[in-house]
Design a binder for this molecule. Structure first.
Ligand code: FES
Ligand code: FE2
Length: 406
């Protein structure tokens, strides 16, 4: 199938109502040409989350971030600003902090020194020294720097726009999501755990899996279904920037929350989250790859790094209020929660890995979606809008009508 034909199918299908929605064509998850299109028109053009401010709390703190072939540094400068800088040296293109040769991928530094010819750069990326360059008529230290990627900090999360051309500021794109999540005070939370995963599947398989709760019925029949049954979870109407699913707790657990005695409380409740918001947990997908799972006492953020049509890297992280670390049995609580995260994520890994295999089967024809898979339909409509915005196949159709959430 040609790329145009594939995109025509996506746009046509996104025009249908939810009751007529079906899964995307398998080539969307396997085709290198479509992946290349996505990298250019979806991923590099949009806002991608690369970290949280608590990962670099002090001036001089840095960590490597590798995304879509761009080696980058998340660094906090002397001025307290968090920046995302390229690690590609402006001299001959060396990685200034290459992970291959024992350089710490995270730490604290006064300057960054390229290992090749020892050009040095401040925490703000400006060149501070370059040995033996005095005879060059081209070199100008004041004009030499590590490339600063366009960055926005949203509720404590650090986003980059690799192309530098994103049309909509993040604050506008995620506006209502920011309002809804404001009580979680995510800028004050601290990342206390990270687990990395090599994933043999397309990034959208994970995003779709994360977005819908229909699979509680099957994949999470033991872990989540008894807490938030798939059939009672529901998703809000369309918003151009994100999807959100509500996961209402079963009645006895909701009653515990109202009585301030939640047996699901693992850490310290975020006291600004009102009680009526504690009886649901929330799953957000900020387009295209910002995955957030919010509970009354913690937030899980998944860092998605697509790595080819059928591979991605994933970091699953946990954020809590800093005072949770003062709990007398903190170590045990953390270990228990990570066990739980690992257990349900392994179930998701198993599903996503096998779904990717299914995308190669000649027997597979995209199936009908349940109303409980509304976020998948919304993701398709987002993808269709990106196709149309990129000047892709219009097929004589009007743009996909947008039902904005009330
Ligand atoms: S490539 Fe970095 S100093 Fe030469
Ligand atoms: Fe899941």
């Amino acid at each position: 199938m040609t790329l145009d034909r594939l995109h025509e199918q996506i746009v046509a299908s996104a025009d249908n109502p939810l009751e007529q929605a079906r899964a995307l064509p398998p080539a969307v998850y396997t085709d290198p040409a479509h992946y290349a299109w996505e990298v250019e028109h979806v991923l590099r053009n949009e806002w991608l989350c690369v970290g949280h401010v608590s990962q670099v709390p002090e001036s001089g703190d840095y960590r490597n971030v590798d995304l879509l072939g761009e080696p980058m540094l998340l660094a906090r400068g002397k001025d307290g600003e968090v920046r995302v800088l390229s690690r590609t040296c402006p001299h001959r293109g060396m990685d200034i902090n290459p992970p291959e040769y024992g350089r710490p991928a995270a730490g604290n530094a006064r300057v960054f020194r390229c290992p090749y010819h020892f050009w040095t750069f401040g925490l703000d990326g400006k060149c501070t020294g370059a040995p033996e360059m005095q005879e060059s008529q081209l070199f100008c230290r004041d004009e030499t720097r590590l490339h600063p990627f366009r960055t926005e900090i949203w509720n404590g999360f650090v986003f980059v726009n690799l192309s530098g051309t994103a049309e909509t500021p993040l604050a506008t794109l995620y506006d209502r999501m920011g309002t809804q999540l404001a009580p979680w005070r995510m800028g004050d939370l601290e990342m206390v755990a990270e687990m990395s995963w090599d994933c043999p599947f397309n990034w959208k398989i994970l995003v779709e899996n994360f977005a819908e709760c229909y699979h509680h019925i099957g994949a999470h029949s033991k872990i989540f279904e008894p807490l938030f049954p798939g059939k009672t979870c529901w998703s809000e109407d369309e918003h151009p920037g994100y999807t959100v699913a509500h996961l209402p707790l079963i009645q006895p657990l909701a009653d515990e929350v109202r009585a301030q005695q939640s047996s699901l409380r693992q850490f310290v409740d975020i006291d600004t989250v009102p009680v009526e918001k504690r009886t649901d947990w929330y799953v957000y997908v900020g387009f295209p790859t910002f995955l957030l799972f919010a509970a009354p006492d913690r937030v899980y953020w998944y860092q998605v790094s697509p790595d080819g049509p059928e591979r991605m890297k994933l970091l699953t992280t946990l954020l809590v209020l800093p005072e949770a670390k003062q709990l007398p049995d903190w170590d045990q609580r953390l270990a228990e929660d990570l066990e739980m995260l690992k257990a349900f994520h392994l179930e998701d890994m198993e599903m996503c890995t096998a779904v990717q295999r299914g995308m190669h089967s000649i027997a597979y024809q995209p199936g009908a979606l349940s109303h409980l898979e509304k976020p998948l339909w919304l993701i398709q409509r987002y993808l269709a809008r990106r196709i149309q915005a990129s000047g892709g196949p219009q097929g004589g159709r009007k743009p996909v009508p947008l039902r904005v959430a009330s």
